[in-house]
Write a protein that binds this ligand. Sequence first.
Ligand code: PLP
Length: 360
Amino acid sequence: MSMQISTTRTERPVDDARLAEILAEPGFGTHFTDHMFTVEWTPAEGWHDARVTPYGPLSLDPATAVLHYAQETFEGMKAYRHGDGSIWAFRPEENAARMVRSSHRLALPVLEVEDFVQAVEALVSVDERWVPDPAGEKSLYLRPFMFASEAFLGVRPSQHVTFMVIASPAGSYFKGGVRPVSLWLSEEYTRAGRGGMGAAKTGGNYASSLLPQSEAIAQGCDQVVFLDGEEGTYVEELGGMNMYFVFKDGRIVTPALGTILEGITRASIIELAGKMGHQVEERRFGIDEWRDGVASGDIVEIFACGTAAVVTPVGELRWQDGGHTPAPASTELTSAIRQALVDVQFGRAEDTFGWMRRIV
Ligand SMILES: *Cc1c(COP(=O)(O)O)cnc(C)c1O
């Protein structure tokens, strides 16, 4: 099945001079392209009325279900311009498949993988001039999202659902060069529990992370790290990034799936590090193993990963009453993995895994 997409181009696109200014200093998530993609769903009609239209505000009934019960899912991905001017997405089918899984958990309808990819490609094609030049690792951040758009206060899955894609040029995550992030260990709050929605990419997980994240900032740290909800012992992930621990014998460990978000960067690193000759273990990883491993020198690097920052070294870990574990000694493998990934994404290295999909 493929969608019929109508396109209405804006009569007032951002002019070339202003666009050049925005792309020179895009920041993150503040500037949006000239257009957006929308498709709607009802039980009777299925997905219908797919369209690319000028970017603009939505008009929502105050009773719109998502505003009350947070029935929504989203994705985060990027379009990259290569040196020859072509534009590519990184494993977009994986984002599409993850949205199917997230939406299942949130009782939202299935948007087929090919329809999701087609929607993303339609928007990027219309707004292709918004994809920055690759210098400085700039890209076009894409935000597909699905939400309960029925105006009804009853508690049940929405009978009207909207899926949209918006896009925003993004600069390099690290302005002053790659710098290790310091982490605050949240002992009071967790992000997910057994049977909950920790594995779904849904706004509620972010809403619940904001308070602990502010606590981290107030404690002088960059990010919060969460432990499992049952025993408060095992490392889960950061508010929006997965974690990796590198041992001095070359093994690398990442927390097993279950209550964490299944990062596509995480999954890609499992394959990449394997090819680089590292043994990769997906398993439970105790907070004591972190503290002891850094202290003994067994753990030589720690890093976090996700689409926005790709790979970022983790520095000091701090917790209540002045407890802390220092930054591990090295960032060598962290840098090598980061470089290998961005080289594939920007077309500077051979795409041996077949991860890239050409859009334009
Ligand atoms: C999106 C996300 C990640 C990273 O996933 P990627 O697919 O690698 O971008 C990690 N943790 C959470 C909670 C997320 O929402």
